[in-house]
Design a protein around this ligand. Structure first.
Ligand code: ATP
Ligand code: MG
Length: 578
């Protein structure tokens, strides 16, 4: 490739609307251009990096027994109604109508399509197990598309789906995909690590996310430095909070006391009342799929909505409005509690940390009053106990007892064991060896290909620009003759090197722009080619060219040895990525 024959519109200025560095670099290095929020055009350098990531994914999927297919992005609404997700995933679905007013969906994922295919095509245990995958465009009506390719309305995903006869088989398929993901991210030069994950709207019962640590990530990961525990905060647990919940009560009955103007946990914790937050019960009123419910957690805790959804099985949860709260409990926020005046049909969910709690203080459900001497088991009708709280840094790890840490991360991949959720609804069954008809056991596995590309940039850059791993760089080597006229010695040496490198399978771009060296060097650093080779008259006079690894220091190389050294550099770098 010659620089002048492709299209690399680099920018000197940082685009004002790009908030995070990887988004800025995508634009500055001329990899993509924005059409409108959440929609991007890939330009040649971005597309080359993307195709290389796709190729790594393809090789590893094929190696793990995956079978490549390509499914329609436009999907009939019926199959979404059949799975139930026409409603439950409604907030991300782009729903469209055709000229006959028939409803369609632009696929945000493909469980419905692949399960329909399996229902029609797989009929015998002899055809199982199978793992199908595709690399394809997805559409999601994100509430807040942002950070460039990280959260887009349209993006490329690799999605895979496994079908097995029995649960143990599904576990084995899951493990194969999990291991393949580990290899894929390593080969892309990304440090990504698996964490236990919530299953969300996809459903299922077992799941891991692959996370890239980054301050700009949208996930919080709870982890133990031993490496033995890591989980998305939506799922993470610990050995509990400190100080522990009071359990020594006085035996006295709940007693009302006036708390005028005290509307928060903190206000009650302050003088004159001085009730420590961990000795208070926080009462939250939520609407779970249109039914009001109370959730009780310790005063110093925060509710974890993902856990609430997972535990209650609700598809939607939102805090009740002021009016709904008054209708349910007869009091305003600030004085809410679950001891008195809780209607029979309102479920009360209580966090495990409150089990056995005594001597607690909570709202009296009368504005301006609280109750003390409350005992959970004696005074509150709990319908369901569960883990509803958000783990905090410093709590002790369930595996090792060491203090947990929390850091931000980008989710690049997600593997789920689905069980029979979709195969039952969409009738994917098979004739078992004993002649009985059984339901296939499924798994699904996604990698955000475009998000992965940006995560690589987020992890691999410096003040000068992107610093691509060799495996995914748009080009591995940038040959930079400092005189580009065809008869000049720099151009001729560069052309000869180019031919030798191409013959050895090295991916080269030759910067044939008639520009000042400073401009060429800056652009090549910005776009981030792993190795630049400067071919200038001065060093040629010494019989040398200059090798400049991205982020490393310049080394001279004898003209006649340069090709071999460059080839060795690229091969060693690629081998190190596995
Ligand atoms: P998120 O929690 O970030 O919204 P998700 O859990 O909904 O993602 P999955 O359904 O697990 O996403 O999709 C598989 C992968 O697709 C994710 O791990 C992520 O890498 C990628 N992905 C999801 N949504 C987007 C998006 N809006 N833009 C770009 N990539 C996305
Ligand atoms: Mg996910």
């Amino acid at each position: 490739m010659y620089w002048t024959q492709t299209f690399i519109p680099t920018l000197k200025e940082t685009p004002a609307d790009a908030e995070i560095v990887s988004h800025q670099l995508l634009l500055r290095a001329g990899l993509v251009r924005k059409l409108t929020g959440g929609l991007y055009t890939f330009l040649p350098m971005g597309l080359r990096a993307l195709r290389k990531i796709e190729q790594i994914i393809r090789e590893e999927m094929n190696g793990a027994g995956g079978i490549e297919v390509l499914m329609p992005a436009l999907q009939p609404a019926e199959i979404w109604k059949q799975s139930g997700r026409y409603e439950t995933a409604a907030d991300v679905l782009y729903k469209v109508r055709d000229r006959a007013r028939k409803e369609w969906v632009l696929g945000p994922t493909h469980e419905e399509v692949i399960t329909t295919l399996a229902a029609n095509e797989i009929n015998s245990y002899r055809q199982l197990p199978r793992i199908f995958y595709q690399i394809q465009t997805k559409f999601r009506d994100e509430i807040r598309p942002r950070f460039g390719l990280m959260r887009a309305k349209e993006f490329i995903m690799k999605d895979a789906y496994s079908f097995d006869t029995i649960d143990a088989g599904a576990m084995a398929s899951y493990r194969r995909m999990y291991d393949a993901y580990t290899r894929i991210f390593r080969r892309c030069g990304l440090q990504a690590f698996p964490v236990e994950a919530d299953t969300g709207v996809i459903g299922g019962n077992y799941s891991h996310e692959f996370m890239v640590p980054a301050e700009t990530g949208e996930n919080d990961v709870v982890y133990c430095e031993s490496g033995r525990y890591a989980a998305n905060i939506e799922k993470a647990t610990s050995r509990g909070a400190s100080p522990s919940t009071p359990t020594a009560g006085t035996g006295a009955s709940p007693a009302t006391f006036p708390t005028p103007g005290v509307l928060t946990i903190d206000a009650l914790a302050a003088a004159p009342h001085s009730v420590p937050a961990h000795a208070q019960i926080k009462t939250l009123v939520y609407v779970l799929d249109s039914k009001p419910a109370l959730i009780l957690i310790r005063g110093d805790d925060a509710l974890n909505e993902a856990k609430l959804l997972a535990k209650t099985g609700a598809t939607q949860a939102r805090p009740a409005t002021g009016d709904e709260i008054v209708t349910t409990l007869g009091a305003h926020p600030g004085s809410l509690g679950a001891v008195h005046k809780v209607p029979e049909d309102v479920s009360v969910y209580a966090d495990e940390l409150l089990r056995g709690a005594r001597g607690m203080t909570t709202g009296a459900n009368t504005d301006g009053f609280h109750l003390q001497h409350v005992e959970m088991d004696r005074d509150i009708r709990v319908s369901h106990w569960g883990d509803f709280r958000t783990v905090r840094a410093g709590e002790l790890c369930v595996e090792t007892g060491q203090p947990l840490k929390i850091r931000r991360a980008i989710e690049v991949g997600h593997v789920f064991k689905l069980g029979t959720k979709y195969s039952e609804k969409l009738n994917s069954t098979f004739l078992a060896e004993d002649g009985s008809r059984q339901t296939t056991v499924m798994g699904c596995y996604g990698i955000g290909v475009t998000r992965t590309l940006q995560a690589v940039i987020e992890q691999c850059h410096d003040k000068d620009g992107i610093s691509w791993p060799l495996s995914v760089a748009p080009h591995q080597v940038c040959l930079t003759p400092l005189n580009v006229t065809p008869e000049s010695q720099p151009r001729q040496v560069a052309e000869k090197l180019r031919a030798e490198l191409l013959a050895a399978g090295i991916d080269v771009i030759l910067d044939d722009r008639d520009e000042r060296p400073g401009v060429k060097f800056k652009d090549s650093e910005l776009v981030g080619f792993p190795l630049r080779v400067n071919v200038g008259e001065k060093s040629l006079a010494k019989g040398e060219v200059e090798l400049k690894p991205r982020g490393g220091s310049m080394q001279p190389a004898k003209i006649e040895e340069a090709a071999a050294q460059i080839i060795a550099f690229v091969r060693a770098g690629m081998a190190a990525l596995g």
